[in-house]
Design a protein. Structure first.
Length: 426
């Protein structure tokens, strides 16, 4: 065999272009790390990739199942990709440019948005929900041959690695105005597994003196999403407001999550990371209540000498000014008709933070009212009106006024059945 040295190389006698169609040999979907690894039949020009041509599909039904094409939110991990470069200049220093990257195996780092969408569609929960299809013009080999495409009828089952990572709460927002608690997790969670009672709001980190545990009267509407929005029930919202030092602003709103409050979308359901009272998370965005409380109904009890008013939200009883309350004999009052009286009553409870407020009429109030033959003698003659300064809610919003021209009628009237007693004579 005669050696051939540099400068003596012989030209090839016959050359045939590479016309072989490259194909996918295998695929591996790691839902724990968010990586799709694809093995090819030959070396490919990785820089020619169109990520949107790679679609991951759910279920063995394949064509009948859900499919999700990757987006530019995902990217090729080039740690195993070789580079070919060329020198395009020498002065004042060599300038190098990368023409293309090439490899026979490719790792795609699935972007968080793509990964969450896949989990919401239940793609990649188990081996039988981990299929790959490749569309046209997805990738080319070093000779410009297009990667073989295959649709859902020929989808390739990918080797599957389960998601075993616990979801973490990233941040949360609370709107006391709209009654919404929104939580963003590190990954898609199964909202059907939400145990609302595992959520506790507290006024300070490491201090549960002023705290409130949500009840199952509050609900979340979505199914699978990294964002969980809970519509707080009227009951929960009013109970939170009763805790006057809780959830009044950014510095009095913290959250804790107990074990098993929610699971992720993995087939075996990973529990979220616990947030203990000592490490409670501070709210990111807080919206105060700006809604004026509204009267819902009131009851007149002439036997007990009281008025009981019900509102649509918790009100601060100590803000009550009964002297601006007007008792009327009819819905529309004028100086020429009907009767009215402005009592000097007092709040029945010294606490008074509630959706109900009871006003105890004084003996003088009751005696003066009874002098009117057409005022507070039946439900047909029992109406009230008041201006905005009559009462405030827990965020100091004045109550919605009830004008004397359209006063509210009582929903129940209790007549005076107590016999009068002689208290003295002269």
């Amino acid at each position: 065999r005669t050696p051939m040295f540099d400068g003596q190389a012989r030209r090839v006698d016959v050359y045939r272009d590479d016309n072989a169609v490259p194909a996918v040999r295998s695929a591996r979907l790691d839902m724990n790390r968010g990586v799709l690894t694809v093995q090819f039949s030959e070396t490919l020009n990785i820089s020619s990739i169109d990520l949107t041509a790679f679609t991951l599909r759910d279920a063995s039904a394949r064509c009948a199942g859900e499919g999700y094409p990757l987006s530019l939110n995902s990217a090729v991990n080039e740690t195993n990709v070789r580079r070919q470069s060329s020198d395009i200049g020498n002065a004042p220093a060599p300038i190098w440019t990368t023409d293309f990257n090439y490899a026979s195996a490719m790792r795609i780092a699935i972007g968080l948005d793509d990964l969450n969408e896949m989990k919401a569609l239940l793609i990649g929960r188990n081996p039988m929900s981990s299929y790959l299809t490749v569309g046209g013009a997805a990738l080319y080999d070093m000779s410009g041959n297009e990667l073989e495409s295959f649709d859902c009828t020929m989808a390739r089952l990918a080797e599957h690695v389960a998601d075993v990572t616990a979801p973490q709460l990233r941040h949360f927002n609370l709107s006391m105005h709209d009654g919404l608690l929104s939580m963003l997790f590190s990954e898609t969670v199964s909202i059907a597994t939400l145990r609302v009672e595992g959520i506790v709001l507290q006024s300070q980190r490491n201090d549960t003196t002023h705290s409130y545990r949500l009840t199952n009267t509050s609900v979340a509407n979505a199914t699978y999403s990294p964002t969980v929005t809970i519509v707080l029930s009227e009951f929960d919202l009013n109970e939170i407001k009763k805790e006057f030092l809780l959830a009044t602003g950014n510095f009095t709103t913290y959250i804790q999550l107990e074990t098993g409050t929610i699971l992720d979308a993995a087939e075996n359901g990973n529990e979220q990371v616990v947030i203990s009272p000592s490490s409670a998370m501070k709210v990111e965005n807080f919206t105060p209540d700006r809604m004026a409380p509204v009267l819902r109904s009131f009851v007149v009890d002439m036997d007990a000498g009281s008025l009981r008013l019900s509102f649509d939200e918790t009100v601060r009883g100590l803000s009550l000014d009964p002297t601006v309350l007007r008792l009327q004999s009819g819905m529309a009052f004028s100086n020429d008709s009907g009767a009215y009286f402005m009592p000097r009553g007092q709040l029945a409870s010294q606490d008074g933070n509630s959706t109900e407020v009871s006003i105890l009429l004084t003996a003088d109030d009751l005696n003066q009212i009874k002098q009117y033959t057409e005022l507070l003698v039946s439900d047909a003659t029992s109406f009230i009106s008041f201006p905005a300064p009559f009462l405030q809610d827990m965020n100091n919003n004045f109550v919605t006024p009830v004008p004397s021209s359209s006063a509210w009628q009582t929903i129940r009237f209790v007549n005076d059945t107590t016999h009068p007693l002689l208290t003295g004579f002269s």
